[in-house]
Ligand binder design. Structure first.
Ligand code: AMP
Ligand code: MG
Length: 396
């Protein structure tokens, strides 16, 4: 059997999911936009700061008038922070000014109050000041029309503050991708239900709902179906009615007798594949009533890993979330891998940039995966790796 290389399947998934890149957008008030993602670049309609203002409580002066300091200047008047037009500074005088107040025309420096001595109507300035000192020029943070935020920015409080400072009350954001996840398997029961003979809890439903949310998607439907293709079709139809733009399945795509996902989707032209990877060999892609379907194998490690490899990167990108950190680490002990397969071993980081494998390569080892903090990615052409060899890891 010729196995399909991992990158080829990834490219096929990217093609299938490409329409999701044209996300609908909506405009929401700033305080509803926390954690949302900018739909477009946002330009500032005003300069930041919007006008030339004082960085200190003190006196607005002409630098030329204090060049021969110490000097005493008459205090012409006061500009409080909330004042309107700042007027003009007459040569040889000082104007009392508060932080944030507009600097009067003619003034080009502010002397902080603590550097002055005030005696009645006169202020003494002890040393010369450079032109521009403690004056914040209009637009010195951002010019009018300049980019305030890029497209695809996930909005935190600091971004909302910048939008507010620019006088914007609302922002255009992407709507999250609406996804449904259907677990298949007649052996599955709801987690927490008592287990009959041969039954197991549906771990993949929980895993994938949580992983979807962590990747910034919205889960609009979750279901569990027996290995009956009519039941799966009903679950898909319900999910589409609930607004799903992407359907994910777990199980039912390998070589057994009741592979329900294959039964339903192969007649509709599904692409069923076995990949050159371990775990997670069987994979399938389809379109159901115009909606993309990405099908993962049922073993819990396989389905979680498949989601991470093939679907999570696009969802994270759309949600403005960072990719998991990748780093090279040094194997703590020798490792064997399967020739011709990209192997994804579960690992734990150790000090000194080392990494140890956690349990074996089995695709059912759900507890070992929970005990891991990285995946160790072993290339297809590596078969034996010695302790001390460098391997690529990515953070879980
Ligand atoms: P399948 O891909 O349907 O052949 O399933 C492969 C293995 O994964 C079987 O041992 C299943 O019982 C198990 N499995 C399938 N679906 C799930 C699930 N949702 N949660 C936990 N284990 C599952
Ligand atoms: Mg099954």
């Amino acid at each position: 059997m010729v196995r399909t290389p991992v990158p080829a399947h990834r490219a096929r998934v990217d093609t299938l999911l490409a329409p999701l890149r044209a996300r609908p957008t909506e405009t929401v008030p700033l305080l509803d936009a926390l954690g949302r993602v900018t739909a477009h670049e946002v330009v500032s309609p005003i300069a930041l700061p919007p006008f030339r203002n004082s960085q200190m409580d003190g006196f607005a002066v002409r630098a030329a008038d204090v060049a021969a300091a110490p000097v005493a200047l008459p205090i012409a008047r006061e500009i409080p922070a909330a004042a309107g037009e700042p007027g003009e500074l007459k040569a040889g005088t000082a104007i009392r000014i508060m932080t944030g107040a507009a600097v009067p025309a003619g003034a080009d420096a502010v002397v902080p109050i603590e550097d002055t001595e005030v005696d009645g109507g006169t202020v003494s300035i002890m040393r010369p000041r450079a032109a521009g000192e403690y004056v914040r020029e209009a637009g010195s943070d951002l010019a009018t029309g300049a980019a305030l935020l890029p497209a695809g920015q996930r909005l935190a409080s600091r971004h909302l503050a910048a939008l507010a400072a620019a006088g914007l009350a609302a922002v255009a954001v992407r709507t999250p991708v609406a996804v449904a996840i259907i677990s298949t398997g007649s052996e599955l029961v709801e987690p927490g239900e008592p287990l009959g003979p041969g039954q197991i809890p549906d771990a993949n439903g929980v895993a994938l709902v949580a992983a979807l949310r962590a990747a910034g998607a919205e889960v609009v439907a979750q279901g569990r179906v027996f290995d009956e293709s009519a039941e799966l079709a009903v679950a898909f139809d319900r999910a589409i009615s609930a607004g799903a733009e992407l359907l994910l399945t777990s199980g039912g795509i390998s070589m057994g007798d009741h592979e329900v996902v294959r039964e339903l989707l192969e007649p509709l032209g599904a692409h069923v594949d076995v990949l050159a990877m371990q775990p997670g060999g069987p994979q399938a892609l389809a379109t159901y009533r115009g909606i993309p379907v990405v099908c993962f194998p049922g073993n819990p490690v396989s389905s979680q890993l498949s989601f991470e490899l093939f679907v999570a990167p696009l969802l994270r990108e759309l949600a403005g979330l960072p990719a998991p950190r990748r780093e090279s680490r040094v194997l703590d002990a020798a490792v064997l891998s399967i020739p011709g397969r990209r192997q994804f071993l579960r690992g734990r980081r150790l000090d000194g940039n080392r990494v140890a494998t956690v349990s074996g390569p089995g695709s059912h080892l759900v507890a070992a995966l929970a005990a891991s903090d990285v995946i160790i990615e072993i290339p297809e052409d590596s078969v034996e790796l010695a302790a001390g060899e460098s391997v690529e890891t990515w953070e879980l």
